[in-house]
Design a protein around this ligand. Structure first.
Ligand code: ADP
Length: 304
């Protein structure tokens, strides 16, 4: 997927020379722990600056184009911190790996009310204008992207429930088909038919981070929470909130302040697990059977 405005380079040296001046190169390269898809590095440059680099196989260059497009969309809302992308490329002249360079983020300390500030900023992001992201439609995104290492389809839809069924649950169920017995498959069909009865159309479409768990929140240079590694699309803000609850949750103050800033439609708790079924299915497809019991529990919860 191409991304307008993203400069692509054929070597890391070429990229650094063009970004920082000829002769500027890598003085030191340290691996950063934490990511599960890409290799991450802190590059200390010969001019004293530090930048962040992600690298992957050449074939996965599209991961980085999609990530850059997602970070640019978040940045465009202007209400929440996210790293500034410097460039992407494939190191044809070196190891042949694709890379993404961005600003190095290192918060020295957190602002007071860190989670409350994040909640207000996320609510503002969810209220931001979305017209630029969906090519005339209401939900979806201008290009497909990734959720983890799995593809994420983002066609443009006028209905949130149709979008969620056809671009989120159905593709994951198709990929996971082999895990289910005949009885389970029937329940899945029933569940997909009933989505309109469970989900609601939102009051307004929202740009979503799309993969909002604590590992994708880091402290920025201003001491506030910044968003990294997004899987953006325009959808119902509730789906972002639901995801924050899937792996441990954020502190309670985050939810209290979010609800004050952006009142939620009644019945969110009944919809939450259906949103998260998408992520559980994605984990089932990426990491295997260990996720099947939680997928089945969610299906049972809705397919009575
Ligand atoms: P992956 O795509 O493999 O999931 P992440 O985007 O989660 O990788 O990044 C891996 C780790 O690198 C994160 O957990 C975070 O701590 C760190 N990181 C991500 N972006 C930056 C950045 N711009 N500056 C400094 N550290 C970063």
């Amino acid at each position: 997927m191409g991304f307008v405005g993203l400069q692509e380079y054929a070597s890391i040296e070429g990229a650094l020379g063009s970004l920082f001046g000829s002769g500027i190169g890598i003085a030191r390269m340290d691996r950063v722990a934490g990511g599960d898809i890409n290799e991450a590095y802190r590059l200390a440059l010969t001019n004293g600056k530090c930048i962040f680099m992600k690298a992957n196989r050449k074939e996965n260059a599209s991961f980085f184009a999609a990530e850059a497009a997602g970070l640019a969309a978040i940045a465009e809302t202007g209400v929440i911190g996210t790293p500034n992308v410097l460039c992407a490329g494939t190191d044809e002249e070196g190891a042949g790996r694709s890379f993404l360079l961005m600003e190095w983020i290192e918060g020295k300390g957190r602002v007071k009310d860190y989670w409350g500030v994040l909640a207000r900023q996320l609510a503002a992001m969810h209220r931001a204008e979305t017209r630029n992201f969906t090519a005339g439609g209401k939900f979806g995104f201008s290009g497909d992207n990734y959720i983890g290492a799995n593809g994420q389809i983002n066609k443009v839809y006028g209905s949130w429930t149709d979008f969620f069924r056809e671009c989120r649950l159905e593709p994951q169920f198709r990929q996971a088909f082999r895990y289910f017995e005949a009885g389970g498959r029937k329940k899945i069909t029933r569940l997909l038919e009933r989505i309109e009865d469970i989900l609601m159309e939102p009051e307004y479409p929202s740009l979503l981070h799309g993969d909002l768990w604590s590992g994708n929140v880091i402290t920025g240079s201003d001491g506030k929470a910044w968003l990294i590694d997004p899987a953006v699309y325009v959808g119902h803000a509730e789906a972002d909130l639901a995801m924050t609850e899937l792996f441990g949750g954020f502190p309670q103050v985050f939810y209290d302040v979010y609800r004050e800033a952006a009142p939620m439609q009644p019945g969110y708790e009944r919809r939450r697990d259906l949103y998260n079924l998408y992520h559980l299915l994605n984990h089932l497809n990426l990491f295997g059977r260990a996720y099947l019991p939680s997928v089945m529990r969610t299906i049972e919860e809705y397919a009575l």
